[in-house]
Design a protein around this ligand. Structure first.
Ligand code: IPE
Ligand code: IPE
Ligand code: MG
Length: 247
């Protein structure tokens, strides 16, 4: 499908794309429907974006599906979302396996209902051998939760004499985050016109290029991802240096 577009410059493709999938509720409201109707339609967007990412050679895709703060939504929406999560994973896992996609989850999984945890554990195992695309679902996730659990684990190691405080550097912190196995995202996309990070990957986004689109998540398809990638390829990533210093 990628060939219907100008070819993406593979050398300039981000390795890791992170997406805040936002706007499901507004999408449903525009249609006079319940918020859950929007979440349900958002699944189709996830499918398309995951497929395209795998086809185009993106190695890591992190999707913000449910934040720590989202637990405070009305009970019916939370349980509807959990049910949708379990059903979607059950339905999609075979396809993920076939397409070489490995599933990962980051977040405070102790908050999830046992059925959801069970379904996730099975899906993680079933796709564990895959290596084409790493699909990282941020579930019950927040950047502050992640930093907090990382600092606690480091403090435990310090107390146990396994870590010396003076040896802690930026890499040590990265190594204790839930994302320790993944490189930092080079590109972060947020849909629905909101210009904020909403407690997503606070530490990991330090040098990410940010891309905002008004498109609501249930309308987001591979062509929107493609536009974001094209925009990313125009950017000059200086990392604090001057243009002249760049290769
Ligand atoms: C994003 O859509 C999905 C989740 C946060 C679970 P929203 O549900 O936040 O939709 P809006 O922002 O209210 O339109
Ligand atoms: C961020 O969206 C969380 C997810 C997309 C999972 P929210 O809709 O919860 O964020 P706010 O409340 O607009 O900041
Ligand atoms: Mg929202």
């Amino acid at each position: 499908m990628a060939d219907q577009f100008t070819p993406i410059d593979k050398a300039q493709l981000p390795q890791h794309v992170a997406i805040i999938m936002d706007g499901n509720g507004r999408w449903a409201k525009e249609r006079g429907e319940d918020r859950l109707f929007g979440h349900l339609h958002g699944v189709q967007s996830v499918r398309d974006v995951v497929e395209a990412s795998a086809e185009w050679g993106i190695r890591y895709l992190t999707l913000y599906a449910f934040s720590t703060e989202n637990w405070d939504r009305p009970q019916a929406e939370v349980s509807g979302l959990m049910e949708l999560l379990v059903n979607t994973i059950r339905k999609e896992v075979e396809q993920l396996k076939k397409n070489g996609i490995r599933l990962h989850v980051i977040g405070d999984l102790s908050m999830l209902p046992p059925t959801a945890r069970q379904e996730l554990t099975e899906a993680l195992e079933l796709t564990a051998e895959n290596d084409q695309l790493h699909l990282i679902m941020a579930l019950s996730y927040s950047g502050r939760w992640d930093l907090t659990q990382a600092f606690r684990r480091m403090a435990d190691k310090v107390l146990a004499g396994e870590l010396r405080p003076e040896s802690i550097d930026a890499q040590t912190i990265s190594d204790h985050l839930a994302t320790q196995k993944f490189p930092d995202p080079e590109l972060m996309i947020r849909t629905s016109g909101e210009h904020r990070i909403s407690n997503f990957l606070l530490y990991q986004l330090a040098y990410a290029e940010l891309y905002f689109t008004d498109t609501l998540w249930p309308d987001f398809r591979r062509q929107h991802l493609y536009e974001a990638l094209m925009d990313y390829q125009q950017r000059e990533r200086r990392f604090g240096k001057t243009s002249e210093q760049l290769p």
